[in-house]
Ligand binder design. Sequence first.
Ligand code: HEC
Length: 293
Amino acid sequence: MNIIRKFKHKTSALMVAILMLLGTKTYAQSATGSGISQETMLYITFGLVFVVSLLVLLVAIYVLQLLKTFIRKEMSAEQLAKYEAEPSWFAKLWASWNDLKPLEEEEDILLDHDYDGIKELDNHLPPWWKGLFYVTIVYAVVYLLIFHVFETAPLQEERYEREIAAADALKASQEAGLVVDFDENTVTATTDAVELADGQKFFETQCALCHKADGGGLAGPNLTDKYWKNGGSMSDIYKVIKNGVPNTAMISWESQLNPLRMRNVASYVMTLQGTNPPGALPPDGELYEPENE
Ligand code: HEC
């Protein structure tokens, strides 16, 4: 038994170590801003922890079985007979949860009915079923008190209205602070480092999918050369981001980005000019020289 205790100790130590490792890894990732929301991160963490715990449990059960085999081998014939006679914990649990009448005692609960030789037993409901039933009754009472009597928690409709109101307030507060003194024809590239970094962050999380993080192009064209399908001025690029290019994968981003953000992203795209990243797509469209403006 000493061996088993030691083994348990080691498994829990291992579990704690794995959990800690998982924890640091996911939080380190979210800190670098990988574009995955914290909520998603939380679910991923829970999922991983669950899978790892399951694996550890399986290994533990396996090792336990192995230990049992060894112990059985060490037992004398007498001990073994006693050990085998004892029902397993699972058999005991099964018996107490189901409380079935043993086959030999079925006579006692046989009903008088006889349907052409088919007889009926007067079995009672199994304890696990009754337990669940009582739980539902308790749950219903608690639910009724919380949601309808004391109203300590909101019902779906109220929750929906609260969330919409909060979103409206957030949108209003964001728009109130915006000062937009340009339109798509007068927009100029920003040189502010913070704004460019904001543009870069957005580009790398949303645009890189098609244009590659370095702008070299994948499903969308190379944005680092002098050749443009829709024009290469700041105003042209801003318009493409704002309106998209109809009938292509380049959608309009106007509904997702406010004008300042679109300017930051467009300005960042301008800074990619001439960076010549490795593996970039060949030029597409017409040569655009800024001097021609
Ligand atoms: C789903 C893929 C996809 C995504 C995501 C995407 N683009 Fe595009 N983009 C394209 C395609 C395809 C074109 C080419 C359109 C055409 O044929 O004129 C394009 C064209 C462009 C152009 C014009 C290129 C030229 O040669 O005229 C710019 C600038 C651009 N995208 C910037 C962005 C920015 C900035 C983002 C992120 C906000 C973005 N794109 C996101 C697919 C995408």
